[in-house]
Design a protein around this ligand. Structure first.
Ligand SMILES: [Zn+2]
Length: 385
C-alpha cells in the first residue's frame, strides 16, 4: 500500500484534508491513514482525480494543415500517437477518448497503454468515424450511405473493439468544401447508427455544428453532441430534456481563430472557424440557460490544439461561464459518466488510482493544472517522483 500523506484532496465532493492510500491500482482508503508500506509526503499539495478529455485525435499533431497528414505512413502516425499520449499524461490527463483515427490506430493505442507497452492515459476509442460519402473527414472516415450501410459501418467498429461510436451529423471546419453547419447523415441514417450501438449500450457521439444536424442527432438518441457551435435555444432544450451531453471543444475553435492564415492554416478553414467563433458564445448561453450537461473535450490534434495544452480547455470553459469547480466537474465526473466508466473521476475508495498532485486547488482555480507534480494512472506513477 502506498500513501499520499499530509495533503488535501479535491474532487466534485469538495476539497478537504485527507491522505490517499493506493494498492493494486485502486484507491483503497481516503482519510486519516498515516503511513503505508511506502509513502509520499504531499503536505501543502492537493491530490485530484486526473482529467478526462472526451474528444481527441491521437494521430494528429496540431499542425496547421491537417490534410498534409493524409500521405503519411501508418508507422509515422503511430509514433505521433505515442508522443501525444506522453504529452497528455504529463499535463494531468489520465483518460482520453479518441473520436476518429485511421484504421485501428487508436484502438491499438488503447491496448498498448493497457498492456503497459506505452505510458499514457487510458484510451477509449471509436475506431473510424462513420460519415456520408464525401462528408467531413472523408480522408480517414468510413464512408456509408443509407441506413443499412451506416448500420454495417457502425457494427464494423464494434467488431474491431470500439468503446464508443462516432459519426458526422454535419459538415466541418477542416474539410475543404464541406459547409460547416449543413446536415450530413440523415435522420434515418442517424437512427440506424444509434440502433447499432443500443444492444451493447455503447455510447454514441455526433460531430454537429449546425442546429438542424444537432437536433437530428439528439432526436436519434445520440449520447453526446461534439462542438455544437450553432446550438439554438430549441436544440439546447432538447438536449437538456434528453440528457444529451455537450462537448464544446473551445480549444479547437481558438486554435484556428487565434493563429489564422499567417500560421499556415488554410484560408477556407480560418474563414469557417471565424464564422463559427461568432456564434459559439450564443451556444454557451443557450446551453447554460437550458441546463445541458457538459463534458470537457478539446479535439486535441487539430491546428495549434496540442495535447500538452489540454487543461487549457478548462480556462475556456470558465471564460464562457462555468465556475472553476464546474469546469473541473465537467472534466472528471461528467466525462466519466459520458464515457460509461463508473470508477474514475473521483478520489474515493474503490475508484481507480488515476491521481494528479497539484500545487493549488482545482475547485478554486483552473491555474491549478499549470504544472502537475506527479501523475498516477491505475496506481502507476508515470510522471514525477
Ligand atoms: Zn474531432
Amino acid at each position: 500500500m502506498h500513501v499520499l500523506s499530509g495533503g488535501r484532496v479535491a474532487d466534485v465532493d469538495g476539497t478537504r484534508e485527507a491522505d490517499v492510500a493506493i494498492e493494486d491500482g485502486e484507491i483503497v482508503a481516503v482519510g486519516d491513514i498515516g503511513r503505508g508500506d511506502t509513502s509520499t509526503d504531499v503536505s501543502g499539495k492537493v491530490v485530484a482525480p486526473g482529467l478526462i478529455d472526451a474528444h481527441v485525435h491521437l494521430m494528429m499533431d496540431g499542425r496547421p494543415d491537417v490534410a498534409s497528414a493524409v500521405s503519411e505512413s501508418d508507422y509515422t502516425a503511430s509514433y505521433r500517437t505515442a508522443r501525444n499520449l506522453e504529452a497528455a499524461v504529463a499535463a494531468g490527463v489520465t483518460t482520453v477518448r479518441d473520436l476518429g483515427a485511421r484504421g485501428t490506430l487508436a484502438l491499438d493505442a488503447a491496448a498498448a497503454v493497457a498492456d503497459g507497452v506505452l505510458d499514457g492515459p487510458r484510451v477509449v476509442a471509436c475506431g473510424r468515424n462513420v460519415i456520408m460519402t464525401g462528408g467531413h473527414g472523408n480522408w480517414f472516415g468510413r464512408e456509408a450511405d443509407g441506413p443499412a450501410e451506416v448500420r454495417k459501418a457502425a457494427r464494423e467498429q464494434l467488431k474491431d473493439g470500439a468503446d464508443v461510436l462516432k459519426c458526422m451529423a454535419t459538415g466541418g471546419v477542416l474539410t475543404e468544401g464541406a459547409v460547416t453547419g449543413a446536415p450530413e447523415l440523415t435522420p434515418e441514417e442517424l437512427s440506424a447508427f444509434t440502433d447499432a450501438a443500443a444492444p451493447t449500450d455503447t455510447p454514441t457521439a455526433a460531430h454537429a455544428h449546425g442546429e438542424r444536424g444537432i437536433k437530428n442527432a439528439v432526436r436519434a438518441g445520440i449520447t453526446s453532441i461534439e462542438h455544437g457551435t450553432f446550438m439554438d435555444a430549441e436544440a439546447a432544450r432538447l438536449m437538456a430534456e434528453k440528457g444529451t451531453y455537450w462537448v464544446p471543444t473551445a480549444s479547437a475553435l481558438h486554435g484556428i481563430v487565434d493563429n489564422g492564415v499567417e500560421a499556415g492554416i488554410p484560408a477556407d478553414a480560418v474563414a469557417k472557424a471565424e464564422d463559427a467563433a461568432e456564434r459559439f458564445g450564443g451556444a454557451w448561453e443557450h446551453a447554460l440557460d437550458a441546463g445541458v450537461p457538459i463534458a470537457m473535450g478539446t479535439d486535441a490534434g487539430t491546428p495549434f490544439n496540442f495535447f500538452e495544452k489540454i487543461p487549457g480547455e478548462l480556462a475556456y470553459m470558465v471564460e464562457y461561464g462555468l465556475s472553476p469547480a464546474e469546469a473541473f466537474e465537467a472534466a472528471t465526473v461528467n466525462g466519466a459518466d459520458l464515457l460509461g466508466i463508473d470508477d474514475v473521476g473521483r478520489v474515493r475508495e474503490g475508484y481507480r488510482a488515476d491521481l494528479v498532485v497539484l500545487d493549488d486547488d482545482p475547485n478554486e482555480t483552473v491555474e491549478a493544472w499549470r504544472d502537475p507534480e506527479s501523475v498516477f494512472v491505475d496506481g502507476d506513477r508515470v510522471v514525477g517522483r
